[in-house]
Ligand binder design. Structure first.
Ligand SMILES: NC(=O)c1ccc[n+]([C@@H]2O[C@H](COP(=O)([O-])OP(=O)(O)OC[C@H]3O[C@@H](n4cnc5c(N)ncnc54)[C@H](O)[C@@H]3O)[C@@H](O)[C@H]2O)c1
Ligand SMILES: Nc1ncnc2c1ncn2[C@@H]1O[C@H](COP(=O)(O)OP(=O)(O)OP(=O)(O)O)[C@@H](O)[C@H]1O
Length: 526
């Protein structure tokens, strides 16, 4: 009898447990369904807001970024929500399953009668991804509706609008580069060397021949960079911005400082664009077709330093540019002769680094990187290697690793040769070496030069990049330097050679000597 009672009470306990589990399951399914509904509403509102914001900003990247992020977020959220449901169904609680299904069906049917069009998944840009995922989840009875995809939730109108926006954003003038050479019959003809759909020069195509740039579509956006604190530059900038906007209908970008100056000049300049945050500078190459510099060589260096990857063509203007309209007219029409100025990629590898790839943020220089003794009064002691071959030990004031464009700057002052900017190479020029036989070198463009501060050095060394950004190199640290893949295309006034010779004649007064007088001794008098 007692045994029966015990059995019976065990059975009752089991039933009570089962009932409690069922009740808990039901409550949990209801909670899940409510949570799911809340998130769904939240996502939908966020989607609509983002849609408006994105079309307002005309920002294609944002759309892509946001779309990927929110799709991922969405997928994660939905997984988080669906997993307990799946588990729940899996353990076979029929009643709760029905509740959960009924809740979901309620949400979907409401949407289906509204503006969701699942067919659009197939037509969207992300067709295969969406289709795969919807197939994968179709058994759950909810994923086939694509509820997790913002793309699916767009209505037709906003879809077509955002496509138009996207096209508008993506429009950056494309161009073709070609080099001139003499054909068999002596005529000059062109060879295409590089062509990029969106106008980004991503390869350092080397040619000592003249390179010509031909626009394949009209340039639309110009960035003007100016030397600070110069009245004449400011006047020229005002005239140029006005002309580019009013006559040429171009979008004009300037630095924030210049925008403030322009708006102070006249509130009409409010159309001029700029950036708020320095991080936006990294996207400039995707928006800008042409960079105009108003200043000297330092302003061109400044312009180049703003582009850590591909650089749009740069048109340098000195201050006596009365004829800027004619000049810009012909640049905008094209074709123009350009000089591809190669840059050096410089990386500091600290002694503590595990390998050569563990470097600090690299620097790109258009002129040179200088390793000198800084404020120390001791000789620098630098071990130099070219690829893996030992070159020499520099004991003196320091060493300059220069591009050929930079050969007419500091390297020249230190006794280096002047080199035509289209000759590929790296100049290795010592600064005041304490040795009678240390002549400068020119190394081939493809090598990696490594400069090390040895442990027996009496003092650390300092590296500076185009005369800026000083970095301390302690014993054991190294500087690695190689040709960068992104050259700086600068527009020529005539062509590379003519411009180079003119700059060394006019700028440096190269071999300027008083012409010898006619009267005096001659060969026939001897
Ligand atoms: N002893 C020297 O000659 C010496 C010393 C330090 C720096 N520099 C040069 O100055 C450059 C930085 O220029 P900045 O304008 O910022 O400084 P900055 O204002 O001190 O001007 C330096 C001078 O160098 C000239 N210059 C710069 N690049 C040139 C080039 N590629 N060819 C001919 N002349 C050039 C400029 O026109 C300017 O007159 C450095 O990259 C370095 O080459 C030269
Ligand atoms: N947009 C800019 N913002 C900040 N600094 C700049 C800018 N443009 C130029 N500079 C700096 O101003 C300094 C002088 O510039 P630049 O060399 O163009 O003028 P310059 O010395 O009068 O001309 P030149 O090179 O013909 O002697 C340089 O050190 C350069 O780095």
């Amino acid at each position: 009898m007692d045994e029966h009672l015990i059995e019976f009470s065990e059975a009752l306990r089991t039933v009570a447990k089962a009932l409690r589990r069922a009740a808990e399951g039901k409550a949990s399914a209801q909670a899940e369904a409510a949570e799911w509904k809340r998130r769904y509403e939240l996502e939908r509102t966020r989607n609509i807001q983002m849609e408006r914001k994105v079309s307002g900003n005309n920002n294609c990247e944002m759309v892509q970024h946001w779309w990927i992020r929110s799709s991922l977020d969405n997928a994660m959220d939905m997984l988080r929500i669906m997993l307990p449901c799946l588990f729940f169904w899996e353990v076979g609680k029929e009643q709760n399953k029905r509740i959960a299904e009924a809740r979901m069906a309620e949400q979907f049917s409401a949407e289906k009668n509204g503006d969701i069009d699942c067919e659009r998944v197939k037509n969207s840009d992300n067709q295969s991804m969406l289709q795969n995922e919807s197939n994968e989840y179709s058994e759950t009875g909810c994923m086939k509706h694509g509820i997790w995809s913002h793309e699916v939730l767009r209505d037709r109108e906003s879809d077509s609008n955002s496509n138009a926006d996207r096209n508008k954003i993506m429009r950056k003038a494309s161009f073709k580069l070609s080099w001139w050479c003499n054909g068999e019959n002596g005529d000059q003809h062109k060879h295409d060397i590089v062509s990029f759909e969106r106008g980004n020069i991503t390869t350092a195509e080397r040619s000592s021949k003249q390179i010509s740039l031909k626009w394949e579509s009209d340039p639309q956006t110009v960035l003007i960079l100016t030397k600070p604190n110069s009245v004449s530059v400011r006047i020229l900038c005002v005239q140029m911005v006005r002309w580019l906007r009013e006559r040429k209908k171009l979008n004009v970008y300037v630095e924030p400082r210049v925008k403030v100056e322009l708006v102070a000049e006249s509130s009409n300049f409010s159309y001029v664009q700029t950036w708020k945050d320095d991080s936006e500078i990294s996207h400039l190459h995707m928006k800008v077709d042409l960079v105009i510099t108003l200043g000297g060589d330092g302003t061109v260096l400044w312009a180049a330093s703003m582009f850590k990857g591909p650089v749009p063509p740069i048109v340098p203007f000195s201050l006596d540019s009365e004829h800027f309209k004619d000049c810009l007219d012909s640049v905008l029409r094209g074709p123009i002769s350009i000089t591809l100025r190669h840059r050096l990629l410089c990386r500091v590898v600290r002694d503590a680094a595990k390998n050569e790839y563990e470097t600090e943020e690299p620097f790109l220089v258009l002129n040179e990187v200088t390793i000198d003794r800084g404020i120390s009064s001791y000789l620098t002691n630098l071990e130099c290697y070219c690829d893996n071959s030992f070159v020499t030990c520099v004991q003196g004031d320091g060493l300059i690793l220069s591009t050929t464009s930079g050969s007419t700057a500091y390297s020249l002052a230190a006794g280096g040769s002047m080199v035509h900017p289209q000759v590929p190479g790296i100049l290795f020029t010592p600064i005041c070496p304490h040795s009678l036989s240390f002549r400068p070198l020119i190394l081939p463009e493809h090598v990696t030069v490594r400069i090390m501060v040895p442990f027996n050095s009496r003092s650390p060394a300092w590296a500076s990049f185009d005369g800026k950004d000083r970095k301390l190199l302690a014993a054991g640290d190294a500087l690695l330097c190689s040709m960068a893949p992104w050259p700086v295309p600068t527009a020529c006034q005539v062509d590379s050679t003519n411009d180079f010779l003119r700059s060394i004649h006019d700028g440096l007064h190269w071999n300027l000597r008083k012409t010898q007088s006619f009267d005096g001794p001659r060969d026939r008098d001897l």
